[in-house]
Ligand binder design. Sequence first.
Ligand code: NAD
Length: 307
Amino acid sequence: MTRHVIVTGGAGFIGSHLALALLTKGHRVTILDNLHTGKEKNIPKGADFINIDLGADNVPLRGLNCDAVFHLAGQSSGEASFDDPEYDFRSHVLSTFNMLRWCKETGVSRFIYSSSMSVYGDPDTLPINEGHALRPKTFYGAGKAAAEAYINLFSRLGLNTTVFRLFSVYGPGQDLDNKMQGMLSIYLSYMLEGNPVIVKGSAGRYRDFINVGDIVAAWLLAYESPVSFGKTYNLATGVKTTVQDLLNELKSAFNAKDYPIEFGQNTAGDQFGTVGDISLIKKDLNWQPAIDLKAGIAAMAKWARDL
Ligand SMILES: NC(=O)c1ccc[n+]([C@@H]2O[C@H](COP(=O)([O-])OP(=O)(O)OC[C@H]3O[C@@H](n4cnc5c(N)ncnc54)[C@H](O)[C@@H]3O)[C@@H](O)[C@H]2O)c1
């Protein structure tokens, strides 16, 4: 059935992939985005676009209606959240509150949100499951945790919500000019420029890298699955990749065994290591990641070289 859906943040990396997939499924898509980091060129053909700051005090959404909101808009860098904590707060907490209240007022019943593994901070146990304590180390992570609390409240008030805690997402379309978001895309961009890769922190840190294609597949499944209402899921692979492993993969994709690497200071609030437990989403949605890191990096490097 064709539905009208809103994708906030649809001019950004993940939101534009999701918007395209929803259009391909035959839905009507309206993108709400203020182009803070998003770009008009990312907006897929066929989507409607409204340039709007969702974290403002008054968000003029009167006259708009839809069947579901996919809420991805938000300042997307932990590092940048220290430069402008107020914008970060508005873009996560206030934008989420504004969208939730608008859903309730206009009778929109479905709301899916892109939270982050940053809500956990440094883990007590690995892999981290959804019941782990929330101890964010950045303004960004605190904003995501606060947004989740409001979503859970609106869930109890009757909205059909799903929260995804995304781990380190990468893939074609990621902004290679943005050196403050996306470990993999940042290192890749140095290599494309022919400059030494600057690593902020040690090579022993580790992440759980997930391809944007796997993210979109999970969101589409959840949209159609009542079992996901009121739930929070890690969206990860469960695979631990150290910074050194990642550098080795990138060097091998570029056929550059001795590529120069320079190490600097960690960014503020950097998590040493995270790996997600994905048993809950596997069980509920029968979802599992399909794209391994080597293949994902090869496809992304090809995309980037062809730009
Ligand atoms: N990329 C990752 O690894 C990752 C990991 C965890 C969570 N997330 C979350 O997923 C979402 C999408 O991330 P992304 O990687 O595509 O980042 P992105 O920066 O490419 O996309 C974010 C989009 O939100 C828009 N935006 C920001 N503030 C806004 C506001 N006040 N009003 C309207 N639009 C606004 C930006 O212009 C941009 O288009 C974000 O909420 C991010 O925090 C991303």
